[in-house]
Write a protein that binds this ligand. Sequence first.
Ligand code: HEM
Length: 475
Amino acid sequence: MALDQKNIQGDIWPRLPKKSEVFLFFEITNSAKFKEKLSGFSKHLTSAHDAQQILSEISRRKANGELGPDDVIDAMAANLAFSAKGLKELGKEDLGDDVFKKGMYNDMVVEGLDREAEWHGEFKGSRGVIHGVFIIAASTEQAVQNFLIKVLNPTFKNAPDRSVKYLFAQTGVVLAHECEHFGWADGVSQPLIKGLDKPSSEKLAPPPVKPGIIIVGAEGDTANHPPWAKDGSFMVFRRLKQLVPESIQWVTESFKSQATNEKGELMIGALSCLSSRLMGRWRDGVSLEQKPHSDDAMHDEATLMKSNNFDFQDVQWQDKCPFASHIRKTRPRGDRLDENGDLDDTHAIVRRGVPYGPKTQRTETLSGISMHDRGLLFVSYQSNLRNGFRYMQKEWSNKVSYPAGKDKNYGGAQPGLDPIIGQWAEGDEQNNYANIPRLDDPRKLEKIKLERIVIAEGGEYFFTPSFSGIKELCK
Ligand code: HEM
């Protein structure tokens, strides 16, 4: 059956149009009043259909030259999601997802590798119980604030009808060229959803995923969810601090011996090449498969290989790109073919994160230490938390032996952890590594020790109901 785009919230698909985005976490203080107000408020929420119309308008105006690549139009968009505790407050405890019920703190700190001391108090309840989050996206932060003043506050916050307490907000701003703070284009590869996205004409694009991998109750969702949850999706919110100057220093230290020429000079192209291999993409988002040699890095790579009597044109991209690279860890393609040879995308997620904090300036980079707070407000949607985000983080990125069987390619060695988001227990020196094929001879591996350049500082699991689901919640 076709998906009803007017029933699905727009951040799940296609995404909310945004330049500035605020996540406003709240506690429900009067559930009867909240329900009463919610039914009228839902007209302010942006559906997949509405978001698609705004995005089409932006594309049309960009194509006509009316807007530049980083320009946005004045558009307001809002979505709403609830934690398991929030749904309980509204009388719904039947969302059969054990990870959701547990909450992120229990799952990722108590039973995971996030570190207790690094989680901010507000995510542990210091300001109150997180029952839900309003997601407000607009062209400017001021437009977001106006939405609060004119719509949200009079509906939920102001006396005499007060039904929520605002706990705290997290604000993100899209950076130029839609990059994340390490400087790579982000949001490039998203799984296409069957029945929603147009099939890709790109030769290398994986086939679309069944909609039920992302949307509850749709084709491919194998879990047993109650009817009211149909067309909703589980949302992961995670505050991930990025240590940018420290990451540059770590990459330089780790690869300095490989990236120094005969004159003792550091070859910047070689460093940029190796750091792109940690991510699995060039900074502009192009994959290593599409472009095995980047123009600026090619010279350095060729020089280094030549010094080893090696012709770099003979080397396949697969041999250069580490199995541990971020994108090979989080979306392994060739390693997950089912019995028909099709890609098994059970673990696919759609990512909707936004950076927070100021861009790193050159002097801050040179200083080698972060002087500003910055990172990624990571958001993903999936119909099953155990299969989606959680699987990627815990079973793939945090496991040295994933992708499995690669010790055959690596002469008995394992791929190692995801160098960007992989986690290891405090003091666990044994598992803290990634094996990276050398630039001058990819048959040899360099085992590098990882640095904690991404720090998980908190988050929560939410459920983003459909419009019909919201009606049910109001009863
Ligand atoms: C601060 C933390 C993170 C940074 C800097 C980061 C950065 C990136 C970049 C630059 C890409 C390649 C461009 C793109 O396809 O968008 C990417 C892809 C991806 N990331 Fe992350 N990411 C982070 C956290 C995470 C987390 C926590 C997960 C999930 C557990 C994740 C899952 C993915 C997936 C699934 C892809 C697409 C892979 C593909 O289809 O090729 N990322 N990330």
